[in-house]
Design a protein around this ligand. Structure first.
Ligand SMILES: Cc1cc2nc3c(=O)[nH]c(=O)nc-3n(C[C@H](O)[C@H](O)[C@H](O)COP(=O)(O)O)c2cc1C
Ligand code: SF4
Length: 451
């Protein structure tokens, strides 16, 4: 299939990650353009573009920026969220590797628009390679006088801003925006109760905006092609291009930049070469492991944008698309996801701490051939009691996939319960290839042979 999508985030230009190549292709000119406008006009451009956050919640970016108080009486901060720890999400690292200067330029534009004094780019702790690559690009930008005090001299402006790289603390919860701020402050990554919202009381109690890496890296592209043009790409209401990270049972997994609103089937079959062995799709998670799944027989005609997916009871999330073929054991998948969220719950609030534990325990019971039909209703009940009753959205993130899988694949769960079927291990267990097929879980969710 011919692909005519504009490559706004990952242009096919050799060595684009290098400062000189980025500048030869118009790099840092958009920041110059923004400096000719007032900060409010810059925010208006972002509003008009229709850009919505790429970190999962799809919040309108220009609107978020407009919540920041005006005036320079206090320091103001921007946190760029590159924690990227959600299973199925692996797109921000492409920007760190292939287009770091567009991210830096986006930070400069955002900083000018909101009067930001310092930006912290929070990068997942395990991303050693990408931390080093981004730090190198940032060092080059500092050396060239594009960041820091020397902005004034280079661009003939009174504005300047600093950018720092902050290594993540190795926990999924640190990607939640308020936990991220605590982590930067050197505290435990506990989410904070909102309100107060970060724009009023954020990092060190100062006004703060948190945006995803892809969101910020998109901003120079909007200035380059114009907000009206950008708003025409992809789906109305959720325009632009997305970095779709496709994993699981497809022939060509990877990160693809394509417009919002493309057909899910086009993504799976045309872009990613279909399912290995020509097998059928059993399930798809459209936006990272926290999103409710779609059944394989539901995916025809589904468009990949927030408004379309919302109508189907799910969300675009991080556009991390996980494809599962007809042989996938849905009970095993649900248990694995529940284990992740139980493990990552910070434990501050009861519904999440206890509920995640209960969901995992019940699922383990079913996977070990000891479940009952009542357990299926109990799972949905526990998920319902977590949803909306917690400090942060990790509770919802844990509840949605479990409720979604149990509801949409009830037949499989019923069968597992009825047949007292002991869970069949997937091929890969904690990075190791399983040698036996009839394995059950022990207390630590490690596999042991079934007696
Ligand atoms: C448990 C949890 C983990 C999260 N992890 C990330 C992450 O790794 N990256 C990210 O951008 N947003 C993450 N988010 C969403 C952030 O809280 C926040 O909404 C986002 O960074 C805002 O950026 P955006 O408006 O540009 O999307 C997470 C949220 C939760 C509840
Ligand atoms: S919802 Fe879970 S992760 Fe979030 S604050 Fe509560 S216990 Fe912690």
């Amino acid at each position: 299939m011919e692909n005519t999508t504009p490559k706004l985030l990952l242009p096919e230009i050799e060595d684009y990650h290098r400062l000189e190549v980025y500048r030869q292709n118009g790099g840092y000119e958009q920041f110059k353009k923004a400096l000719q406008m007032s900060p409010d006009e810059v925010i208006d451009v972002v509003k008009k573009s229709g850009l919505r956050g790429r970190g999962g919640a799809c919040f309108p970016t220009g609107l978020k920026w407009s919540f920041m108080p005006k005036g320079n009486d206090k320091p103001k901060y921007l946190c760029v969220n590159g924690d990227e720890s959600e299973p199925g999400s692996f797109k921000d690292r492409q920007i760190f590797e292939y287009n770091p200067h567009q991210l830096i330029e986006g930070i400069l534009i955002a900083a000018y628009a909101m009067g930001i004094t310092s930006t912290y780019v929070y990068i997942r702790g395990e991303y050693h390679k990408w931390i080093n690559l981004f730090q190198k690009a940032l060092d080059d930008a500092y050396e060239a006088g594009l960041v820091g005090e020397r902005i004034k001299q280079t661009f003939g402006t009174n504005f300047s801003t600093e950018i720092y790289v902050h290594k993540g603390a190795g926990a999924y919860i640190c990607g939640e925006e308020t936990a991220l701020m605590n982590s930067i402050e050197g505290k435990r990554g506990y989410p904070r109760v909102k309100p107060p919202f970060p724009a009023q009381n954020g990092l060190w109690g100062m006004p703060t905006t948190i945006n995803n890496v892809e969101t910020i890296a998109t901003v120079p592209a909007i200035f380059k092609i114009g907000a009206e043009q950008y708003a025409k790409i992809g789906a109305e209401g959720h325009p632009g291009t997305l970095l779709y990270g496709v994993s699981g049972h497809v022939n060509k997994p990877g990160v693809y930049e394509l417009p919002t609103g493309i057909l899910l089937t086009e993504l799976i079959y045309d872009i990613c070469g279909g399912v290995p062995g020509g097998k059928k799709v059993k399930a798809v998670i459209p936006g990272g492991s926290s999103m409710p799944p779609l059944r394989g027989d539901e995916i025809e005609g589904v468009r990949m944008d927030e408004e379309s997916l919302k109508k189907l009871g799910t969300h675009i999330g991080t556009a991390g698309v996980m494809v599962m073929d007809e042989d996938t054991d849905i009970v095993a998948v649900t248990l694995r996801i529940a284990h992740f969220y139980h493990h990552e719950s910070c434990g501050q609030c009861t519904p999440c701490r206890e509920g995640c534990g209960w969901m995992e325990k019940i699922l383990k019971r079913i996977a070990n051939g000891e479940g009952t039909s009542r357990d299926l209703d109990l799972l949905v009940d526990v998920a319902n009691n977590i949803e909306g009753n917690t400090i942060c959205a990790l509770g919802d993130a844990a509840a949605w996939p479990v409720r979604g899988f149990v509801t949409k694949f009830r037949d499989e769960f019923e069968k597992a319960v009825k047949e007292k079927r002991v869970f069949v291990a997937p091929n890969v267990v904690h990075g190791k290839r399983a040698t036996k097929t009839n394995l059950i879980f022990d207390e630590n969710l490690e596999y042991k042979p079934a007696m």
